[in-house]
Design a binder for this molecule. Structure first.
Ligand SMILES: [Zn+2]
Length: 353
């Protein structure tokens, strides 16, 4: 995939909040709003991006205040809708007349969630949101039961990690739903495991083993000064998956390379240069020795493969045509078997959302 640059956001606060009450309310005594303890030592600050002047409720996450509209949150979230139906106790502190609700979530993640609701240009604009923002939106929108935002955000993940080979081919050249980065496939695997997003896992695993070396799969990759690492279970699945993928691609996509013994026609019975085509076939086979991850080419398109391997294109026209047919049919079969290579249920048995 090509990278189009990240756009994960960082909360940028106004550090002079002018609170009417020094301590915002914790009025909603529910699991989603009051279960965590927090640092009382610093006053919260207004979010620079999400402080809507005519908003009528304030969300307080960590050290950040977000002024938004009850109606917008109620429309998107059954949890907020239920929360706003509970009458506010008398004498609760307010800020500029707005009730304050403390929520036990990361302020960076809440800001991503609110920007997805309020800032269409940020969410749908030309610069794609990064995996950090997409993960945050999914986590928060799931927690607060926002089915529409969940669905829209999942659709973006599925553009990069689809369940069909046709969509996989479309996703190879261009990032369409998420900004690309070196560790994005690893982040996608971890997110899918965390939130049980089973349907994106096969493609995310495949993207990991196609693009990352063994060392990177085991030790992680550096992204923005931090190491992005697979979970222990995901490492196991990837390492085992590399070996299974290498075997499966020879059974499917590259069946035409290993299907005939040397005394038989190299690929086609109508071969016009058997001796030459046999040598070319053996030279092609050598491509697969010791070149991980580059040699995991079983999901490449035929054109990508021809570009990668200099020998296949030199086969006689009959052998090349039959090789192409076998390759195309075989990669369909490889895609069908992809989940099993990583210990997952079949495509049909996986939960979609
Ligand atoms: Zn030939």
């Amino acid at each position: 995939m090509s990278s189009s640059g990240g756009s994960d956001i960082v909360v940028d606060n106004d550090r002079n909040p002018e609170l009417e009450s020094p301590r915002p309310s914790k009025r909603q005594k529910t699991d989603t709003t009051t279960t965590a303890t927090k640092d009382d030592s610093a006053l919260p600050s207004r979010s620079k991006n999400i402080w809507i002047d005519d908003g009528n409720v304030i969300l307080h996450a960590e050290q950040t205040l977000f002024r938004v509209h009850k109606s917008i949150l109620s429309r998107e979230s059954s949890v907020f809708d239920d929360m706003f139906k509970v009458p506010q106790p008398a004498n609760e502190p307010t800020i500029e007349g707005c009730p304050v609700i403390w929520i036990s979530d990361s302020d960076v993640e809440v800001e991503c969630f609110l920007r997805a609701l309020y800032d269409g240009w940020w969410y749908y604009g030309l610069t794609l949101a990064g995996m950090g923002a997409i993960s945050a939106i999914l986590r928060i929108s799931r927690k607060y039961d926002c089915p529409n935002l969940c669905r829209r955000t999942m659709a973006r993940l599925k553009l990069e990690y689809p369940k069909t080979l046709v969509e996989w081919d479309k996703s190879r050249d261009l990032w369409r739903g998420i900004a690309g980065s070196k560790g994005v496939d690893i982040q996608a695997v971890n997110l899918a495991a965390e939130l049980s997003l089973d349907m994106i896992l096969p493609a995310a695993y495949a993207a990991c083993i196609e693009t990352r070396s063994f060392d990177e799969l085991l030790r992680g990759v550096e992204l923005d000064g931090k190491v992005v690492n697979l979970s222990p279970d995901a490492k196991m699945a990837c390492i085992s998956g590399v070996q299974k993928f290498a075997q499966a691609q020879l059974e499917h996509t590259f069946k035409w390379l290993v299907g005939s013994p040397p005394s038989n026609p190299p690929v086609s019975a109508a071969c016009s240069q058997p001796r030459t085509c046999l040598v070319l076939k053996l030279q092609t086979l050598a491509f697969f020795i010791g070149k991980t991850p580059k040699a995991l080419a079983g999901l490449n398109t035929w054109d990508e493969w021809i570009e990668k391997d200099t020998f296949t294109s030199k086969l006689c026209s009959k052998c090349r045509a039959e090789a192409k047919d076998s390759f195309t049919e075989g990669r369909d079969a490889l895609w069908t078997s992809l989940p099993s290579l990583f210990g997952l249920p079949t495509w049909e048995d996986m939960k979609d959302e």
